[in-house]
Write a protein that binds this ligand. Sequence first.
Ligand code: GLN
Length: 333
Amino acid sequence: MKTIHEVIQDVYAAMRARKMTGKNAAYIPDLATVDPNLYAISVCTVRGETENCGDCTAEVGIESVSKVFTLALALNRHGIAGVFDKIGSSMERHAFNSTSDVVHTRNHTVNAFVNAGAMATTSLLYNAAETHKQNETRMRAEIVDNMSRFAGRKLKVNKSLYLSEYTHSDHNAALIAKLMRYRRFYGDAETTLKTYTAQCSVMVTSKDVAVMAATLAAGGKNPITGQRLLTPQKTAYVVHHMSEHGLYNESQQWWAKTHLPAKSGVGGVIMIVIPGVMGIGIVSPPLNKYGNSARGIKTGELLGLALRDAGFTPSNVNFNPTVGKQIPRVVLF
Ligand code: GLN
């Protein structure tokens, strides 16, 4: 059986050789200028062992992968029942920023991973007792610090990406206005839009994403720093949300092929969780028609199969000869 190291090297080489499809996101001007050839795969096990391949130190915008961690914060503040009631978990029918889904879905917020529901989730951190400015500063700090704890290093907002995205956020502003009319938005519109845009403009490497995913795979405890960030029960809610809605309206196709919870961002990041085993971070900026990294999706599918063949599945955790340690069999979810 192959080691994790061999699996990653093989998948990377196979995918590198394939003709690239897709296009960088263009609706945020800064993303259009990112090198489309960037390509990286990183893995972090629940024991903290890491493997990396390709441009694993290149930083890209985390974009919608941030929604996973803001959902975690909202769960800590409002509990599972509170978040389920205020946001919900309905199927998306159209694109990640669809207005039609907001209008035609009974709960209007749809789920925490489409733009509308994600911004409503960010608004759950708003505190009416504070001024807009106080809220903006605190919410941003809470969100960035939380993601930093998941990554195990201090992450930062990219100012240029933030401004580029904020000056083109009229569509997201319109989604918020719609949610407000349905009384499905829970904070000041402009303050939340700014905070949400900042959370999307945080820069990460594939290595960071792998550690963030490994923290979820380990039931909410960062395997590198040892810090507990979320209870296993809330982690299960987040991971389940990823398996249902992580790749927007490509989620069902992906699930049928991989059975792995994942989350994408328009910066080209794909984050994959193998519960109880490992987290995976993939970076490749060009997107497919669903707004998910084209090469990232194919890489994830191949990796999922290859790791399963090598024995790394959620229910069958195997010996990893590359690091000479036994990964414990843990049932978390
Ligand atoms: N910041 C982006 C937006 O709001 C995130 C979308 C995404 O990554 N799918 O449009």
